[in-house]
Design a protein around this ligand. Structure first.
Ligand code: SF4
Length: 414
């Protein structure tokens, strides 16, 4: 049986959907940035900016979707009186998720907006140290941007390794502290004790770029597009069989079908769409009217997250495609916790036996049992995300499951 093709071509920017905010400068240099946006309003008081961010409804664009104002306020509240207890802000541009390219595109095309957001986040929290963590191509772009301005010379750059969990928040802190990007047990929140024991904000680079826009134009402007529960715009990385990864800026709450159509995917010939990346969930092709919002995606067990959409063509078997992803995720753990060392490989292999066809009718229940066993048991959420993806496979491809148990596959493989 076939599996999803997992070669990762270089991403391209597609025309924006409806509005063009984050890439409105049109070029990555400082002159273009200032001509379009003007200087960052660094004179705003922390209370003013936190108030605008709260009213804007901006949430994190790295996956978890925490309210941005709350994250910044928590670090500010935890600040101590000395440099050793002052907050730290880290811009996270690591995209361990193979189907995501939005942060790379953003850092290559609009690095000044991200730097503005980073400096504003530092001002709001009272941080005396700021870092930016990303891949080598993106860092080269940021280095050029920093050389063009005097206020960002203190930003400390770090190269992120390219594996799935390297962008997890505690792994980012660990990478900067020790050089090894391994998630840590987080009984104490990073906002209280992170890098060197200081209150630490790890914020996705797209989130910071939106902070820079909200600071300039306000919450009402941010909310002038999108929906109530998904205001503003968000970057999406969209891919499918015949479409390499493309990054688009879409208004919040866009229906899935429109996002896919924007990059040229034929929505009449799909089997399902993976929403939220490999830690997300499948939405069947019958439901492409669903909007990219937390509320509408909740019944499927996912959320817009880091804005990843992967379209699965009708010629693919959903089970076989999911086995490829489950095996990839099982191989990507840091192998320091039981659920990852034993549970994820076992879960992927039971799913593979199910996909192979003609197996025991108990296999779906065994997948569910293993998913329950690994969930909530790791130092980070990698097992939980993997279990969520595997469970959504059983649900979205229910007819495939029945067919495979009966010894045949509904899809004619090429
Ligand atoms: S749960 Fe898995 S990925 Fe997370 S820290 Fe433990 S071994 Fe690493």
């Amino acid at each position: 049986m076939s599996t999803v093709e997992m070669t990762i071509p270089r991403a391209a920017v597609a025309p924006p959907m409806g509005v063009n905010r984050l890439f409105a400068a049109g070029a990555p240099d400082l002159a273009s940035h200032l001509a379009r946006f003007g200087p960052a309003p660094l004179g705003l008081t922390p209370g003013q900016l936190l108030g605008e961010l709260e009213a804007s409804g901006l949430d994190g664009r790295g996956g978890a979707g925490f309210a941005t104002w709350r994250k910044l306020a928590a670090a500010r509240t935890s600040a101590g009186p000395t440099a050793y207890s002052a907050p730290v802000v880290i811009a996270n541009g690591a995209e361990g998720e193979p189907m995501s390219a939005k942060d790379e595109i953003l850092l290559r095309h609009a690095p000044h907006l991200v730097l503005d957001g980073l400096l504003l986040a530092a001002a709001v929290t009272g941080a005396r140290e700021v870092h930016l963590y990303s891949g080598p191509v993106q860092l080269a772009s940021v280095r050029r941007a920093i050389a063009e301005r005097s206020d960002a010379r203190g930003v400390i750059l770090h190269e992120a390794p390219d594996y799935f969990v390297s962008g997890e928040a505690s792994a980012v802190v660990s990478a900067i502290e020790t050089g090894v990007a391994i998630p840590r047990d987080r009984r104490v929140r990073l906002a209280v004790s992170g890098l060197g024991g200081r209150p630490t904000v790890v914020s996705n680079v797209e989130t910071l770029a939106h902070v820079a826009l909200v600071a300039r134009f306000g919450a009402a402007w941010f909310r002038s597009v999108g929906t109530d529960d998904s205001p503003g715009t968000r970057l999406l990385t969209v891919s499918g069989d015949a479409v390499d990864r493309k990054v688009i800026e879409a208004t919040g709450g866009l229906p899935l079908a429109e996002a896919l159509g924007a990059v040229g995917i034929d929505t009449s010939r799909l089997r399902a769409v993976l929403v939220g990346g490999y830690h997300g969930a499948w939405v069947p092709a019958s439901d492409l009217w669903v909007r990219l919002s937390n509320r509408e995606l909740e019944p499927y067990g996912t959320r817009p997250g880091a804005g990843i959409l992967v379209a699965l063509g009708e010629q693919h078997c959903g089970l076989a495609a999911s086995v490829g992803i489950a095996r990839y995720l099982a191989a990507q753990s840091a192998r320091q916790c039981g659920p990852c060392v034993n549970g994820l490989p076992a879960m992927a292999e039971v799913l593979a036996r199910l996909a192979a066809g003609g197996g025991s009718a108990r296999l779906p229940d065994e997948v569910r049992r293993l998913a329950a066993v690994v969930t909530g048991r790791g130092a980070c959420r990698h097992p939980d995300g993997t279990a969520r993806f595997v469970l959504s496979t059983l649900e979205a491809f229910e007819s495939d499951v029945r067919a495979h148990l009966a010894g045949y596959c509904e899809v004619t493989h090429p």
